[in-house]
Design a protein around this ligand. Structure first.
Ligand code: 13P
Ligand code: SF4
Length: 314
């Protein structure tokens, strides 16, 4: 099937089945272009919570599909490739995280959305990188907090909020593999470029950034800035929207350690293709299911996140 036929078929099927296609900024450009909505992980959860569609196709990774299913148990939620996981979610096995919680009683448990449904089920409040600071700030100053699984985001939020949260030692393989030497070389080549970075990057990298924020925050910053050149240190899929919204500006992907690659891609995110999206919509598989016992526990911290976010205008 040609790309044009794939697009025509996807458009016909989504209409016929009352399906909505939600895509994360890290998806392939052609998936972003066909989606009903493109956003960061908070916005995808917010869209899933309010959609009236019967079917949600979540073009992202597994935990994003799970979050949509937890919020909308009556809907069918599909992801184009069931193998699209997340190294950060994998760095936090439920039994080990539960042991950590039990070893540190009296703590409120905050988990990044990049976790499995089972980890969310033992969590008090879920956060994303868009709302983590506001959610931590909404808690009393003396509240003892466990933050998991991203040690880099946790460390950064500790610094922003003046807290001393106990951190789980997890990380994302994409954001940990940027090369500081190659970023500095890029800065030398483009001295006017501002360095935009995701808070999943380690501290030694965050220290040289001009702006730190979630994918949507990086996009907003670049759009509102008077500057014309930017080096972008997060998964390179975001450059598609940045370029689309700012055709007169230049965006350079920050390079990884591996000197054969110019940009840094999440291979899980890139498992989804236009063809798999078409097949998923046509065959209604692979479907995301969450055990009801886990779902009823996991929905509480996600709803808590959505409520605080709404109060904060996020
Ligand atoms: P955002 O919440 O910024 O979209 O990040 C999601 C993610 O997976 C980052 O690696
Ligand atoms: Fe997970 Fe990292 Fe990929 Fe985001 S970029 S989905 S945190 S592995």
């Amino acid at each position: 099937m040609t790309k044009k036929e794939l697009i025509e078929n996807i458009n016909a099927l989504r209409k016929e089945k009352n399906a909505i296609i939600l895509a994360h900024y890290y998806q392939e450009a052609e998936i972003q272009d066909i989606a009903d909505f493109v956003g960061d992980s908070l916005a995808l959860a917010q869209w899933a919570a309010k959609t009236e569609a019967d079917i949600i196709i979540l073009c992202g990774v597994h935990f994003m599909g799970e979050t949509a299913k937890i919020l909308c148990p009556e809907k069918h939620v599909f992801i184009p490739d069931m193998e699209a996981g997340c190294s950060l979610a994998d760095s936090c096995p439920t039994d080990e995280f539960e042991r950590f919680i039990n070893e540190n009683p009296g703590h409120t448990v905050i988990s990044y959305v990049n976790t499995t449904a089972k980890v969310k089920a033992v969590t008090d409040i879920v956060v994303t990188s868009t709302n983590a600071q506001q959610i931590v700030d909404s808690l009393p100053k003396d509240e003892k907090i466990i933050f998991g699984p991203d040690r880099n985001l946790g460390d950064y939020i500790n610094k922003l909020t003046g807290r001393n949260m106990l951190l789980w030692n997890g990380a994302c393989h994409v954001h940990e593999q940027f090369s500081i030497e190659r970023i500095l070389d890029l800065k030398k080549a483009y001295p006017d470029a501002l360095l935009l970075m995701h808070p999943e990057c380690p501290k030694y990298l965050l220290e040289i950034a001009d702006h730190i924020g979630s994918t949507s925050s990086i996009l907003k910053f670049a759009t509102e800035s008077q500057n014309k050149e930017f080096i972008v240190a997060t998964e390179s899929g975001i450059l598609h929207q940045m370029q689309k919204e700012n055709p007169d500006k230049l965006f350079f992907p920050a390079p990884p350690e591996d000197s054969t690659c110019a940009c840094n891609e999440c291979f899980y995110m890139k498992m989804n293709t236009l063809e798999k999206l078409y097949l998923c919509l046509k065959n209604e598989t692979p479907e995301i299911f969450v055990e009801e016992e886990i779902r009823v526990k996991a929905v509480k911290p996600i709803k808590a996140m959505l409520e605080i976010s709404e109060k904060c205008g996020l």
